[in-house]
Design a protein around this ligand. Structure first.
Ligand code: ADP
Length: 407
């Protein structure tokens, strides 16, 4: 079975094709047959395309268009034409899975895309104005290229958090907010769910018996508290701006600051949006970069703002882990994933240090040793500490596989 996965961002598009052989899913993620990225961020109106295949063929080119469907049509042709061809033609694709950022309250699991689902994704664009419209564009482009008979599935980034108890999900504003759908939805759900299952696999335990805190630390950062296989608390909220300090996003700030800026300093809503989403976080405080590697290099060069940025990042990470811990009432494993979580030994060590009173003991050598899908706690630690390479695309392919096999 061949499954195409599409992961669309505001100005990027990642795609890959997986082949799943036999009647069972492999225990570990297979290499995709074909992987492609489209990036519009470097030059206005120019799509930079990169393709690579499992047999080592590659392609780099640029198309001068902003039109996602045109780029997609061209990109898909590289699956069956030229030296990056890995299939004979489009009819070999059995299903297509899309990461869809917002599923609202109605979509608690993966669904096959129908006209009704498309209308819901469009309606939910009000809650995810940057992502849902491009997700829908991707779905429509595929329908035009492959035809309506190829099943497409929407895998929602909010679904894993859809069982949050009301006490965790509802903001203590006026009750009318709840009725208007203003509540905590949580994001990065595909990654949190993948890591929860992978953690159970690595620990050789039943996920239903585990209490996990998953730290997804990339450019965007969020934590989830996982119990009985579900997220019961998470740091991102109504939008992905809530919670931890991130690369360019502030995370939680006193909402009174926003009122002050609007009222006393004459900010416009767009200015607030720009500062909170693009000019805050590691970048905003350090004045150096949103990239933790550059912030760490600046600290080595005695940059005091960079040091402050790291200190705030760690302080907030520890506080939010503490808050997830309280929601769980105990902890079996702390999981680190995504760009920072997978690669930064210093962030892991400093986050863990404060929880030594629980009996959590990190194996510092293992922590420094570029662990991938490994337990880095020492044997008698009361809490396991795992580093997991998140595989969102593979998780989406698995969802499609399950949907196809249970129909
Ligand atoms: P996204 O949220 O965009 O998917 P990633 O999960 O790829 O991002 O994380 C990207 C971030 O990971 C980079 O901005 C960088 O700060 C961080 N990162 C990657 N490698 C390292 C490393 N070796 N040390 C510290 N941080 C790293």
């Amino acid at each position: 079975m061949k499954i195409l996965v599409l992961n669309a961002g505001s100005s990027s598009q990642k795609s890959c094709l997986y082949e799943i052989e036999g009647k069972q899913l492999p225990a570990e993620s297979p290499e995709p047959l074909w992987e492609a990225t489209v990036d519009w961020t470097h030059r206005q109106g120019i799509a930079e395309i990169k393709v690579k295949t499992s047999i080592g063929e590659g392609l780099k080119e640029e198309i001068s268009t902003q039109d996602r469907s045109k780029v997609m049509a061209h990109l898909l042709e590289t699956l069956w034409l030229g030296r990056t061809a890995v299939i004979e033609g489009p009819s070999e694709i059995n299903a297509v899975g899309h990461r869809v950022v917002h599923g609202g309250r109605d979509y608690r699991e993966t669904v096959r895309v129908t006209d009704e689902v498309k209308a819901a994704i469009a309606r939910l664009s009000a809650l995810a104005p940057v992502h849902n419209p491009v997700n829908l564009e991707g779905i429509e482009a595929i329908e035009n290229i492959l035809g309506a008979e190829v099943p497409q599935f929407a895998v929602f980034d909010t679904a894993f958090h859809s069982q949050l108890p009301d006490a965790a999900a509802i903001y203590p504003g006026p009750y009318a907010w709840v009725e208007r759908g203003i509540r905590r939805y949580g994001f990065h759900g595909i990654s949190h769910q993948y890591c929860a299952h992978r953690a159970a696999q690595l620990l050789n335990r039943n996920l239903l018996d585990l209490r996990l805190i998953i730290c997804h630390l990339g450019n965007g950062c969020s934590l989830s508290a996982v119990q009985n296989g579900y997220s019961i608390d998470t740091t991102m909220g109504f939008t992905p701006l809530d919670g931890l300090m991130m690369g360019t996003r502030s995370g939680s700030v006193d909402p009174g600051i926003l009122i002050h800026l609007l009222r006393q300093e004459g900010y416009t809503v767009d200015q607030l949006d720009q500062e909170l989403n693009k000019e805050s976080g590691l970048k905003g405080i350090s004045g150096v970069s949103a990239d933790l590697r550059q912030v760490l290099a600046a600290i080595d060069a005695n940059n005091s703002q960079a040091k402050l940025a790291l200190d705030i990042y760690i302080h907030r990470l520890r506080s939010c882990i503490g808050s997830m811990l309280a929601s769980l009432g105990g902890l079996d494993a702390l999981v680190f994933t995504a760009g920072v979580g997978e690669n930064s030994a210093i962030i892991r060590a400093r986050a863990c240090q404060t929880f030594e009173f629980l009996g959590l003991k990190l194996d510092h050598q293992q922590n420094e040793n570029h662990p991938v899908d490994k337990d880095i706690a020492i044997v008698d630690s009361t809490v396991r500490v795992l580093v997991i390479h998140t595989q969102e695309d593979w998780a989406i392919a698995q969802e499609c596989y399950h949907c196809l096999s249970t129909r």
